[in-house]
Design a protein around this ligand. Structure first.
Ligand code: NAD
Length: 452
């Protein structure tokens, strides 16, 4: 390892935070080999009861240190502490869920498939996994994958983002004290150096990636080139559909909360609204107050970098030049990396602007008759999250069946979720499913055995 350190920054002030040992390609090579050795000599041979016990112990230790975890998660991501605290809660629940699932690991037997013989499938762990995660939800994106990979019997090398590592260094310490040596390791550094070295290392058998569509596509190709399994959850540009019979006051509050969480820097943020013209004025009238109330209770998070803030400002300029109208909303101080919420009405659903990921507190609204909702969604290359507001559950369910979207909320907001449900996207939002039984299977390979 080089002696250099990776520093992240507090996006509220720009001040540098704790330094983490910066890896280089040689170090990544050693770590990958250690991971393979730990997997082959120990972790793959542990029993499901041992794995479940270890995952449960991790969850319990995180619970004991919840305040420290929340503070660390908030420090370089810029999250309010209360939001970080909830995130730690969600992460603990996923470790507990994976611990329970670990006990269900079993293959299949086919005792009656062949007269006088027997066939069975062995459900094997795929091997050492590289887990590459983004800056915006470090602890949750890891918790959606790491405990499931461990439950399957894989060893894992985690690469946090160079922009924010959140509570991952704390998690790394905790795992080093609770799991056999090298079962889980962390490498810090820039994506194109450290991430690429990890993806291409022959000891790594699978790459699980969470991040932008652009980087996901690069990694997917590299994984294919090296014959590795790839699971990627990528960028989102998520629709909110508001039908004529929706409860507008409830929808407006949920839309505001869903947009402003994490400063809009959430892959599942509902940032583009299609509203039936019959209720469009009512929705537009409710949204500014809903946003103001949300911000009074939950301070807005800064943008992760100044460059990202500038991109958002440029997006809004382009939108206004295209004739989209800015509706006044309560402002937060726009200093430094802070960027106040923007509400844009009269957006054109066919415009390329409407189809690019925003990743900030900007809500675009297009007035579209509800009969055209499905065809509008079918033009979207993203398919990560969808929010439907309608009193007609039958129609909402029919719509859910028709669209290519991985996670769908009907009359609910993104804070309402169940940890065991599989997550993942379609199209530009990725492939593969994590969490729940499908998430565990993602890290397994069946072997078929015939006994004569
Ligand atoms: P990013 O794609 O820039 O980086 C993600 C990770 O990939 C980082 O750890 C980075 O260092 C690494 N990386 C970059 N180039 C690499 C390369 N060539 N080889 C290997 N690794 C490389 O994403 P970000 O800016 O950290 O996060 C924001 C993006 O993540 C948004 O697009 C957001 O929608 C997406 N995201 C998706 C989900 C989801 O579940 N679908 C969740 C959170 C964030």
């Amino acid at each position: 390892m080089s002696s250099a350190l990776l520093y992240t920054h507090d996006p509220r002030t720009g001040h540098p935070l704790g330094g983490y040992p910066l890896s280089d390609a040689a170090n990544v090579g050693r770590v990958a080999q250690q991971s393979a050795a730990a997997w082959d000599t120990h972790w793959r041979h542990t029993t499901t009861v041992q794995r479940a016990g270890a995952l449960q112990a991790v969850a319990a230790a995180m619970r004991q240190q919840q305040q420290a975890f929340a503070q660390a998660e908030a420090a370089d991501t810029g999250k309010p502490l209360a939001a970080a605290w909830q995130e730690v809660d969600g992460a603990i629940a996923l470790w507990e869920y994976a611990a329970a699932l670990a006990l269900t690991r079993q293959g299949e037997n086919h005792t009656q498939a062949r007269a006088g013989g027997m066939a069975l499938t062995l459900d094997e762990p795929i091997g050492p996994v590289a887990l590459i995660v983004p800056w915006n939800y470090p602890l949750i994106t890891v918790a959606e994958r790491l405990p499931f990979a461990l439950a399957a019997g894989c060893s894992v090398v985690v690469k946090p983002s160079e922009l924010a590592v959140g509570a991952l260094p704390l998690l790394a310490e905790l795992l080093a004290s609770l799991l056999p040596e090298h079962t889980v390791q962390f490498v810090y550094g820039q994506g194109p150096e450290v991430g690429e070295a990890l993806v291409s290392h022959p000891a790594i058998r699978m790459v699980a990636f969470v991040g932008s569509t652009r980087v996901g596509r690069i990694i997917e190709q590299a994984a294919a080139l090296h014959g590795k399994r790839f699971a990627g959850e990528l960028g989102g540009n998520n629709y909110v559909l508001v039908a004529a019979d929706a409860d507008i006051a409830v929808a407006a509050r949920a839309i505001a909360a869903g947009l402003l969480r994490n400063g809009g820097q959430a892959c599942i943020a509902g940032n583009r609204v299609l509203v039936d013209p019959a209720v469009a004025d009512a929705l537009l009238a409710s949204l500014p107050q809903a946003m103001a109330e949300h911000l009074a209770a939950n301070p807005l998070q800064p943008m992760i970098t100044l460059a990202h803030r500038q991109q958002l400002a440029a997006y809004v300029d382009q939108a206004e030049s295209a004739g989209w109208q800015r509706v006044p909303v309560s402002q937060v101080p726009g200093d430094g990396q802070f960027f106040g919420p923007v509400l844009l009405d009269g957006c054109h659903p066919d415009s390329p602007l409407f189809h690019q990921e925003i990743f900030g507190p900007v809500l675009t609204i297009a007035r579209v008759p509800q009969a055209q909702f499905v065809s509008a969604l079918q033009q979207s290359e993203h398919g990560l999250a969808l929010y439907v507001w309608s009193a007609n559950l039958t129609q909402a369910m029919q719509l859910a069946r028709q669209v290519r979207v991985g996670r769908i909320w009907i009359n609910a907001d993104p804070t309402q979720w169940v940890g065991g449900l599989p997550v993942g996207g379609f199209g530009a939002s990725g492939l593969g499913r994590e969490c729940g039984l499908q998430g565990l299977s993602a890290y397994c390979v069946p072997k078929s055995v015939l006994i004569g």
